[in-house]
Every structure is written in structure tokens, then in C-alpha cells.
Ligand binder design. Sequence first.
Ligand code: ASP
Length: 327
Amino acid sequence: MHDMAASGVVVVMGTGGTIAGLSSTGLDQDYKAAQLGVAELVTAVPALAGQPIEAQQVAQLDSKDMGWAVWRALMQAVSDTLARPEVDAVVITHGSDTLEETAWLLHLLLSPTKPVVLTAAMRPASSAEADGPRNLADAVSVARWAAAQVLAGVVAVLHGQVWSGTDVRKVHSWHIDAFDGGGALPLAQVADGQVVATPDALWVPPRGQWLPAMGALDQLPRVEIITSHADADGALVDAMLAAWTASDARRLRGLVVACTGHGTWHRDLEPALLRARRAGVVVWRGSRVARGGVESRPDDTWPVAGRLTPAQARVVLAITLALRDLG
Ligand code: ASP
């Protein structure tokens, strides 16, 4: 257990989401995300009063609409902010819908020597049962705790649990306890502002670097997700190949298949996937099943997405292709 003595500055960056949402009718189901500014979110949490915290509004959107333009602004803001010596950590308030994608983006492109902590909420700020204030207070506690221990990298703090940014995923569409690690244990728990680490939990070290060339990129390479299911065939894949010609800058570069079970797909889908592969499209196998992912086997002829959700795998493949293009 560790005390949360305030040390350096924690910068809280707002991007919108339900955590900043308001209901005009008083009903939790009937609200608009991304209404309150991040400074208001910070002020609303008594536990944060008097702490050295800076609020920075980077975007204001429902994260279902997340995309490269916001990601690029966020990457630049996080990267610039972490470079300031007085800053100990960055906390990002985010919508829950695409949090797992942003977490992977940050993980792939940042090489922070400081913690980057994502948080969200399942109830709007106007709710009598708003979970945002506690999540934000916990996120700042975890940020300070991790900084004090020189733990770096991307984590998510939700409902009293700390997840590695590489594991976290949304697993319930409306429960307040909506996230887990896809089978991985939480890195730590937070109760009453105290952080208790899970013994032997591994903080995945930072891995990437925010290259100026990425900042100049207008769009990520197009990587789409398709699902294998009963009656599936290759019509969608063929339509995608036909829709974007090889000379099109937004042509199909990658496909993540949300496969059945442990990485299988309908036999009628395979011919189109082979055509896509021959056309230079990178095809990865993920799983539409919530836990376990797809492990690689020695006789694999199609690459696997490992434990990544299809949405996470899409980000990883798009960034990989973008970095490859940049040489
Ligand atoms: N649609 C919202 C968002 O992701 C949901 C949430 O934040 O819980 O922005």
C-alpha cells in the first residue's frame, strides 16, 4: 500500500466521452457524451482539490467517433506534455467505447518514461450514480503512485481496477464494471485512494516513439474488420477489393477477420481472403470470442492477432503499415 502524497504535476487531458456527458431529462440512458470541459471534471472531484493538476482539453467527442485526426492531436499533446520536466504523468479522460483502441495507439507510438493513465465512465456526469469522479480520482492516484515507483507505460483505471493498456477491453455495454483484461489479471486495485499492486503483475514497458513524420500523416492506412459467421462468404471482401483500386491512396491495406473460435473462418470466406492476400492485403486472424484470442501455431499460414480484440488488432496493423510506409 502506498500513500498518495502529491509530487509533480499531473496533466489531465480531456477528450470527451460519457465521463463528460450530461442528461437533460435526468435519465442515465438518455444523455449526450462530451458536454463538460475537463477542467470542470477535475473541479468536481473533492479529492483532487489542492493537488498540482493541470487540465488540458484536447478534444470533445463521443469516442464512438474516434479517428486519426483526434488521435494525432492527442499523441502530440501527450508527447509534448510528458517532455516537460515538472510533469509526472498524464491522465486522459476518454469515452469507454474505443478506449482499448486509443490505449494501443498510445502504447505503440509513445515511449514514455512516465505513466499515461486512461479513464472513462459508464454513467454521465449528471447521474446520481456517476462513476466518473471516482474513476478520475483513482486515475490520478494511480498516476502518482506509478510515477513515484518509476513505472511507465499506458494503463487504464476503471471501477477500482488498473488494467494494462495492452490488455484492457470493454466487455459489458452498460454495467458500471464494464472492463477487463481479456483473461489477464488487473495490475492493481484502488480503494479509498490507495493503490494495491497485484503480486507479480507485469507493467508492459513502453515501446514506441512519436515520430514527427507520423504527425504529418493525414490518414492511417485503411484496415477493415470483417466477421466470420454462419452463411459468411467472400462478397464483402471482394466488394472492398473492387471499391478501392490499387492506385487509390485509401485502398484496402489490411483486413482483420473476427474469426470463430480459435481463429477459424467459414470455408466460403477463404477464397476471397486468398484473393485479398494476392492483391497485397495483409490479413490477420482475430477472434470474435471474448476471451483467449488466437494463439499462433507452427503450421499457421495466416498471421494471428494473439490476445488483441479485433478493434485493437486493427489499430496495431494500421500503425504497423503506416510505420512501414514511412520507412
Ligand atoms: N459513447 C460513449 C463514448 O465512448 C460511451 C462512454 O463513454 O461510456 O464516448
